[in-house]
Design a protein around this ligand. Structure first.
Ligand code: GLA
Length: 396
């Protein structure tokens, strides 16, 4: 058996055993959904722009079975202290004490509201190997996985784009974070060795191979915890919307993603507020950068891709103001290393991770040096992951 298949088999056994212990019966199956990393195109998804994320091979696993009553029972091996969290399927609402379980509850609620025919409740046990709050979308992974589990348990005909939309709706309406579609889409539609070039304006997408010649994708987690909820995420979104409203008074547009840099420059004065102007500038330029970056990758110009990654970080730092000392320190330290093609923060920001492209032969030294510099300046350690692009949800 190859190493990956063996690891999958071990994981399956571990979850089945834990399910038996917690729920005192057999699970029907074990399921997986990945995490994601965004290579470029940040804070563009709710502005009708492009993104370029890929699914990872790390993610969230679940063992699950239908039950005979109208109850959903959740247990996470990552939050054992919370025990089994129980809710009546006819009365699913966001409850603070239910903590992480509000994500799966939200997904099930959205599916019920859509009219999905559930014949019973269900018991689900989760285990994730994405570091929590790292910016690698552990919550979107949990959402898409839950949708997938329900689809499989009840034999529902729901395609994977729909699963992404359900996850996003749960996050927007049940959790209260006004996120875009990027994370759930990247997770639901992930394809091994590929990133997804997605136009969030109409959800058209294209896969682009990212098996890099002699280079690796290295993620550095700042270990500065953030929850999207308490971040300034919704505030940034509001600032972009306000800027768009002003631009609409002189331009016939529906989103910032429709503008070229030139159109933006010619009309930016109408926004009339320097902060909102900078937020909108980021959204417009970042979208154009993403289009250019994918073209560079297709032309095998990885150096140009790297330069655009750095420009993306600088814009997120100076115009969008979502980086902070930890992420800036990581990127600065990364760019000072040998063999680094590009580096930037990834995800919402305010903590979380950076993503760097590093020549394979320099990866070890990169991790040692960046790790050392980070600890020296910030006072605690960063964690590093050399990652591959993985596939969307599947049954083990
Ligand atoms: C979070 C959100 C996404 C996206 C990114 C920023 O990950 O969930 O929808 O907006 O931030 O690019």
């Amino acid at each position: 058996m190859c190493k990956i298949a063996q690891k999958g088999a071990e994981m399956k056994e571990k979850l089945l055993e834990e399910f038996r212990r917690v729920f005192g019966r057999e699970a029907e199956n074990v399921y997986f959904a990945p995490g994601r990393v965004n290579l470029i195109g940040e804070h563009t998804d709710y502005n009708g722009g492009h993104v370029f994320p890929c699914a990872l091979t790390i993610g969230t696993y679940a063992a699950a079975a239908k039950n005979d009553d109208h109850t959903v029972r959740f247990y996470s091996m990552n939050f054992k202290d919370k025990g089994v969290i129980t809710a009546n399927i006819d009365d699913l609402k966001n409850e603070r004490s239910h903590d992480w379980a509000n994500y799966p509850k939200g997904v099930i609620k959205v599916m019920l509201d859509m009219g999905c025919p559930f014949v019973s409740g269900m018991d689900i046990l989760y285990f994730g190997n994405i570091p929590n709050s790292s910016g690698l979308s552990s919550s979107a992974s949990l959402e898409v996985l839950t949708g997938y589990v329900v689809r499989e348990l009840f034999g529902l005909e729901i395609d994977f784009v729909e699963l992404a939309k359900i996850g996003k709706k749960a996050e927007n309406e049940f959790i209260g974070v006004n996120c875009g579609i990027m994370d759930q889409f990247a997770i639901a539609m992930g394809k091994k060795d590929n990133a997804i070039f997605l136009d969030t304006a109409d959800l058209s997408y294209e896969y682009a191979p990212i098996v890099l010649e002699n280079a690796k994708i290295v993620i550095a987690s700042s270990n500065k915890k953030r929850g999207l909820n308490d971040s300034k995420y919704n505030e940034r979104r509001g600032e972009c919307e306000a800027a768009l409203e002003k631009l609409k008074t002189v331009l016939e547009i529906h989103s910032l993603g429709e503008l070229t840099e030139e159109q933006f420059e010619a009309n930016r004065a109408v926004i009339g507020d320097p902060v909102k102007e900078r937020r909108a500038k980021h959204a417009v330029y970042e979208n154009q950068r993403t289009i250019k970056a994918v073209a560079a990758l297709k032309a095998n110009d990885i150096e140009e891709f790297g330069r655009l990654m750095v420009a993306s970080h600088n814009s997120l730092r100076d115009d969008y103001e979502v980086t902070g000392l930890e992420l800036d320190t990581l990127v600065e330290a990364s760019l000072a290393q040998k063999g680094v093609i590009g580096s930037r923060m990834t995800g919402a920001g305010f903590g979380g991770c950076t993503v760097s492209i590093v020549k394979t032969e320099e990866v070890e030294e990169f991790i040692r040096n960046v790790g050392g510099l980070y600890k020296e300046k910030i006072g605690y350690a960063a964690d590093f992951y050399v990652v591959d692009a993985g596939s969307g949800p599947y049954t083990l």
